[in-house]
Design a protein around this ligand. Structure first.
Ligand code: G6P
Length: 617
């Protein structure tokens, strides 16, 4: 939800601000803007829509300046037009903001009474005028920022530049992420480390409530100072940055989504490497102080795609670890009155580690003295830091807004965790432990085989791309994958799709079936196959067009039992044990959604209205 960047340099910054914003566009792409300080004046360029419009504007009206801030917006308050685009500014200050100022309306009223006039509908603009009010009273920039912050309620990150202090930038993090980057030639800030890749050799992840003041002296040397939420000057660890600029590029692929789908064998392999001893086929990834043996309940909390990963994990933990599992959507959980049981473990799944609802649920669980564990993809993200324990997926940066590799690596780590829990609870033998681990180790190779078939999905996308609605059906661990498949299709192709447990078909959705509604069925030849086959027959009998993902045994059965006069496309996937099947079956639903979107000509990587990191409610 909005990406921000700021750079202080000894050379012009506009071009790098734009490159940084390109890497942050996954956070929102409703409008974009940059501002610099030139000759003690604020200069800015803003444009509605994608970054390209801003780039075109800059080609006509270049922006000089060696100190600047930039923003890419996911609109919350006010339409996505140029007036509401950030940076918001007057002749004294310019501000970029990620997050929401909840009490902006009352602050706006007070400022209007004092005579300040507003030129946008945003919550952000109050910050510009509040700061100005304090600056005009004679406060220093840092004092003005501190005073301004004392008025603001909400979750936000800000970066501010000052017309009369041209070598200074002040930023703060209060609920939204912000990282400081120190490079050889510049000093900078960004919503994530990727935005700063290749310029910042060292990174410092700011803590909640930190205010950082970065500056350059007359010799062109950089300096920074961090003040914590108590007003004390503090040191924060500086770490070597491992993120390369290549991580932010599409390489040979036409879209990030396709690149990230194809990266899955590597991403899953690296995630396994972090958890598995390949020699002994033993998993020891959760060496935390969790007493699995006496654990009575596991609560998994997440949003969106991560929630579906949690749903799959429920099947695994119940089956192998014989553990009671609840899976909850964070935005519901946090506003219910959930019953926490003593000694319960609460597991938070979040790819970004910043999702506001998941973060709030984590705070709630901590208040209730629950033990907390998080699985996240982003190092040092808020959820990673707040949770008692953390496990990292090794997906690497995911830029396509529709999640692919971040989801399958979550599943991979959850599968590892289920094996650990099952062993520690004495519910599986060492032999079973090794067998299940081996099944995971074999998975990247099987996924590569699915990827080699990608043109098959291209062809079968034709069945869906003309449809208005589609249904996805699955049973067992493939039911959440049916939900994920439907979500992927909605996100990138704008076709209405629903995922259903195949057994629920009769309880309503069968009324939708006719020849215009394609039905995607996930049916590996497993314990549920014959049941799913009956449901598939029911669809076909009503003229439905079915695309069935199955394995070679399933293909034989289908060919035996379904009349060739029906509209049935069978896509044969590699045979895998049912434990890992949901991970493998995620790949075809991703590819199908991708190719449908491609045929429809939608913006695959930046679908309308979406953003990847959801830092507002
Ligand atoms: C957004 C993203 C999804 C993601 C969800 C939860 O909706 O588009 O891919 O699953 O947020 O985000 P998280 O980072 O907590 O997994």
């Amino acid at each position: 939800m909005c990406g921000i960047i700021g750079i202080i340099s000894n050379t012009p910054v506009a071009e790098r601000l734009i490159t940084g914003l390109e890497r942050l566009e996954y956070r929102g792409y409703d409008s974009a803007g940059i501002a610099t300080v030139v000759n003690n004046e604020i200069e800015r360029r803003r444009a509605p829509g994608k970054l390209q419009t801003l780039k075109n504007l800059l080609a006509e009206q270049p922006l000089p300046g060696m100190v600047g801030i930039g923003h890419t917006r996911w609109a919350t308050h006010g339409a996505p037009n140029a007036e509401n685009a950030h940076p918001h500014a007057n002749e004294h200050v310019a501000v970029v903001h990620n997050g929401i100022i909840e009490n902006y309306a009352e602050i706006k009223n007070e400022l209007q009474t004092k005579g300040y006039t507003f030129s946008s509908e945003t919550d952000t603009e109050v910050i510009v005028h509040l700061l100005t009010d304090y600056l005009l009273k004679g406060l220093t920039p840092l004092e003005a920022v501190t005073q301004t912050l004392s008025h603001l309620h909400g979750a936000f990150a800000l970066a501010i530049v000052f017309a009369k202090h041209p070598n200074l930038m002040i930023a703060t993090r209060c609920g939204s992420p912000l990282v400081l980057g120190v490079g050889e030639y510049d000093i900078m800030l960004g919503s994530d480390a990727l935005a700063l890749a290749s310029w910042a050799q060292k990174l410092c992840y700011l803590e909640e409530g930190d205010v950082v003041s970065i500056s350059k002296n007359n010799n062109g040397d950089f300096d920074y100072q961090i003040i914590d939420s108590e007003g004390r000057s503090v040191e924060r660890p500086l770490r070597q940055s491992k993120i390369t600029a290549e991580a932010a590029s599409k390489g040979e692929y036409s879209h990030y989504m396709l690149k990230e789908i194809f990266e899955q064998p590597r991403a899953i392999g690296e995630t396994l490497q972090s958890a598995v001893d390949f020699e002994s086929k033993h998993i020891d990834c959760a060496n935390f102080d969790i007493n699995w043996q006496s654990l009575t309940r596991l609560t998994i909390i997440a949003c969106g795609t991560s929630y579906y990963a949690g749903m799959v994990a429920k099947y695994w933990f119940e089956k192998y670890a014989k553990l009671h599992v609840d899976v909850d959507i964070a935005s519901e959980f946090r506003y219910r009155e959930p019953i926490f049981c003593e000694g319960g473990l609460t597991l938070f799944l979040s790819q970004s580690g910043e999702t506001i609802d998941t973060l709030a649920a984590l705070n709630m669980a901590k208040e209730q003295k629950q033990q907390t564990l998080a699985i996240v993809n982003v190092t040092d993200s808020s959820i990673a830091r707040l949770s008692d324990n953390v496990l990292y997926t090794a997906a690497g940066p995911e830029i396509g807004v529709a999640s692919t590799k971040a989801f399958t690596t979550q599943l991979t780590l959850l599968a590892c965790l289920a094996i650990v829990a099952a062993s520690k609870r004495g519910k599986i033998t060492e032999e079973d432990h090794q067998r299940l681990t081996e099944e995971l180790i074999m998975l990247p190779g099987k996924i590569s085989k699915v990827l080699q078939q990608d043109q098959t999905f291209h062809k079968c996308a034709l069945t869906i791309s003309g449809a208005r609605d589609a249904l996805y059906l699955g049973r067992g661990t493939n039911y959440p994958i049916a939900l994920e498949g439907a979500l992927k299709l909605k996100e990138v192709s704008y076709i209405h799709a629903e995922g259903y447990p195949a057994g629920e078909l009769k309880h309503g959705p069968i009324a939708l079936i006719d020849s215009a509604v394609p039905v995607v069925v996930l049916a590996p030849h497993d314990a549920w196959f014959s049941k799913t086959l009956s449901n598939l027959q029911e669809v076909m009998a009503r003229g439905g067009q079915v695309i069935c993902f199955t394995d070679s045994k399933g293909e034989v059965e289908l060919k035996k039992q379904i009349s060739s006069s029906f509209h049935l496309q069978i896509i044969v996937l590699p045979t895998v044990p049912s434990f890992v099947a949901p991970i493998l079956y995620s790949i075809p639903v991703q590819l199908l959604a991708y190719y449908v979107a491609l045929q429809k000509g939608t913006d695959v990587d930046q679908p309308r209205n979406l953003a990847k990191s959801v830092t507002v409610e």
